[in-house]
Design a protein around this ligand. Structure first.
Ligand code: ATP
Length: 316
């Protein structure tokens, strides 16, 4: 996808040619395992979160301006906040504050990742804006410094920066890279309207009231399937502890999951906190077929095919 407004003057190796604009491409993610522990005293949950970056991307372009402004284009653009609550704006503000500089940039988001879909679109824009501003301002921050700011922005933001596949522990922000032995083919069914992540965790707590929730642990069979690049084995070990909560808040997700499986998907799950549903298929042809069947079933607004792993935030 092109960002439409990006000009020349892109960053190369952290320096800016002409200082006019820097565009960064950032992937969406799917959680192939999301193991959720009980609520902690601070309200957060410990997670064992296996992230996989997928080839649906936002592009974030930053250029010098007289004040911090945000614009957005794309099918869901009207649902994206354009004020300082936008994660891309927050990233620019945090980086500028750390370096004692003015955050005077125009941020343009070409949005292709579903909004509030459980695919970390906002987090992607935060990581993208951070990397783009770092290049535009010639800061050459280390990866560790960038990851530190990402973790401050949100639990999913560090993964948007690194991409590939990783195990996230703690709130999901402590990352260990994972080996992936092949390309996986996915279909993502995008539902109408979003689901609020805090609301889904609230429903998880409600459904698990009085239940001794075990400490979250990464699944060994899942990690082995990922290493082997084996879609059949991976499909058999997909799991999301938030799925019951997401389905409870949005019962129609049950039909979407069933429609994809009936169309030949090897496995299906709600992506993160939903309401996007993810379907693993055996190859690219099967993905195209499952996507058509999902669209025809009327259980989703749109169905997108994608592959994984995808690279993390990248300066174009
Ligand atoms: P996650 O998978 O990390 O839980 P999500 O994919 O469900 O997130 P997002 O698309 O990140 O959800 O959006 C969640 C909310 O964050 C939106 O409803 C919106 O109000 C807010 N938001 C802030 N910045 C952005 C952004 N750049 N893009 C989209 N939403 C944003």
């Amino acid at each position: 996808m092109s960002s439409g407004t990006a000009e020349g003057g892109t960053a190369v190796g952290g320096t800016v040619n002409g200082g006019t604009a820097v565009t960064v491409r950032v992937p969406a993610k799917v959680n192939i395992q999301l193991a959720v522990g009980g609520a902690r005293p601070d309200g957060f949950h410990d997670l064992a979160n296996v992230f996989l970056a997928v080839s649906l991307y936002d592009e974030v372009t930053v250029r010098p301006a007289t004040a911090l402004t945000v614009t957005c284009e794309g099918p869901d653009a009207d649902q994206v906040p354009l004020d300082r609550t936008n994660l891309a704006a927050r990233a620019a503000l945090l980086l500028a504050e750390r370096h004692g500089i003015e955050p005077d940039v125009h941020i343009h988001i070409a949005k292709d990742i579903p909004v509030a879909g459980g695919m970390a679109g906002g987090s992607a824009d935060g990581a993208g804006a951070l990397l783009a501003c770092d290049a535009l301002w010639g800061l050459r921050s280390s990866r560790a410094e960038l990851l530190d700011i990402c973790a401050e922005l949100g639990s999913d933001v560090p993964f948007s920066l690194v991409g590939g596949a990783a195990l996230g522990t703690g709130r999901g922000e402590r990352l260990t890279p994972l080996e992936v032995g092949g390309t996986f083919h996915w279909v993502f069914a995008v539902a109408d309207g979003g689901l609020s992540t805090p609301a889904v965790y609230g429903e998880f707590d409600r459904l698990n009231e009085g239940v001794a929730v075990p400490p979250p642990e990464a699944s060994e069979p899942l990690l082995a399937a990922l290493r082997a690049g084996d879609p059949v084995a991976l499909a058999a070990s997909l799991s999301n502890d938030l799925q019951a909560a997401a389905v409870s808040l949005r019962p129609s997700l049950r039909e979407a999951l069933a429609a994809g499986l009936a169309a030949g998907a090897l496995g299906a799950l709600v992506s993160g906190s939903g309401p996007t549903t993810a379907f693993l298929t055996k190859d690219a042809d099967a993905a195209t077929q499952v996507a058509s069947a999902l669209l025809a079933s009327g259980t989703c607004r749109t169905a997108r095919t994608a592959t994984s792993p995808a690279a993390g935030a990248t300066v174009l």
